[in-house]
Design a protein around this ligand. Structure first.
Ligand code: TXA
Ligand code: MG
Length: 324
């Protein structure tokens, strides 16, 4: 892994122009989206995209999301079924990724799609992300800006902790609003299937579609359809213990809602004292990083309800708790 001097940029117009130039020249730039910080590279440049896998230590079979400044630009990359188009018009820009068949005009590198004949597309809802995408003028491949398998980054400081010296620049646009990654839907056939719960809740999607989402991937044969969704992921160093009633002596406590003293924990945080799932999602990754201290054996997490954004929170926590 070659060392890179990481430029720390603000989000003023000249910094954003610099970020756009570095990306256009094949560099690696982290920038905020409304969900989490992304680690961007020019998606049409295979060499640049290969740098993302190297910087993150990410397995090559795990494809990347291509980010675009508008739905009109996304149309040039993928084939939108009527349902996919309805979803794009309802929720873009926003925390939704659509997996669609590659268009004949698709310019996204084979390395970014990991050789699949589909492509994952997203139009993020963040002024900094939008400005960076406009400045590059090409699709930008961007996974979450963390070392592979680690907790995602929701601030520029989290990105620096994981990737300083491995990427070319970090654009600081403050803490991200949503806090969990985008919801990923597969729109490859007639059905729409949920590949990953995320920042857009299932009920909002089903309202627009007028029907229930199918579960999991469709018609994929043996292909790893959302390979990033397998096994342990989003993991802090400490173990994670779910649906806990209280913390043990060498455990941290991660609460949700009022009360729940959590025993006598070394250290404690609360995702949302009011029991608000939107607030909890925004706090999730930052609090996992905060509680992941050397003197902590495990993080005991209070029960989280499964509705709305709770589905994505529970999904991330289950992966953080999975055997490694
Ligand atoms: O909110 C987000 O989605 C963030 C921000 C930066 O946009 N990005 C993000 O990317 O979470 P990443 O790489 O951490 O997760 C992308 C997921 C992976 O699970 C990958 O397997 C899946 O998308 N994916 C990408 N292309 C796919 C495809 N063609 N078919 C199925 N799954 C795909
Ligand atoms: Mg990720």
């Amino acid at each position: 892994m070659t060392h890179r001097n990481t430029l720390h940029l603000g989000s003023d117009p000249s910094s954003l122009a610099t970020a756009g130039r570095i990306l256009a020249e094949g560099g690696l730039v982290s920038f905020p989206t409304e969900t989490v910080y992304g680690l961007g590279a020019d998606a049409t440049n295979g060499r640049a995209v290969a740098g993302i896998y190297e910087a993150k230590g990410r397995p090559r079979f795990n494809p990347l999301i291509a980010h675009l400044a508008s739905f009109e630009l996304a149309r040039g990359q993928g084939v939108f079924s009527p349902a996919a188009e309805r979803l794009a018009r309802a929720f873009w820009p926003g925390p939704l990724t659509l997996v669609v068949p590659k268009a004949p005009t698709c310019t996204v590198s084979e390395i970014a799609t990991a050789g699949l004949d589909s492509v994952a597309l997203r139009v993020p809802d963040h002024p900094v992300a939008h400005a960076v995408l406009e400045a590059v003028g090409r699709p930008v491949a961007a996974p979450s800006a963390n070392r592979s398998g680690h907790v995602s980054a929701t601030t520029a400081a989290h990105v620096a902790a994981d990737l300083d010296g491995r990427i070319d620049a970090i654009v600081d646009g403050g803490a991200t609003q949503v806090g969990v990654e985008s919801t990923i839907l597969s729109c490859l056939g007639d059905r729409v299937a949920m590949l990953r719960p995320g920042g857009l809740s299932r009920d909002m999607i089903e309202d627009v579609l007028g029907l229930a989402l199918a579960e999991g991937p469709e018609g994929a044969g043996d292909e790893p359809v959302a390979p990033g969704m397998l096994a342990s992921h989003y993991a802090p160093r400490a173990h994670v213990r779910l649906d806990a009633e209280e913390a043990g002596p060498d455990e941290a406590w991660l609460g949700f809602g009022p009360g729940g003293g959590g025993g006598q924990p070394h250290v404690a945080a609360n995702l949302s004292p009011n029991g608000d799932l939107t607030e909890a999602a925004a706090n999730l990754f930052g609090m996992l990083r905060l509680l992941d201290r050397a003197d902590i054996h495990a993080i005991a997490v209070a029960p989280i309800p499964g509705e709305g954004l709770g589905e994505a929170i529970r999904d991330r926590l289950a992966r953080a708790a999975a055997e490694r």
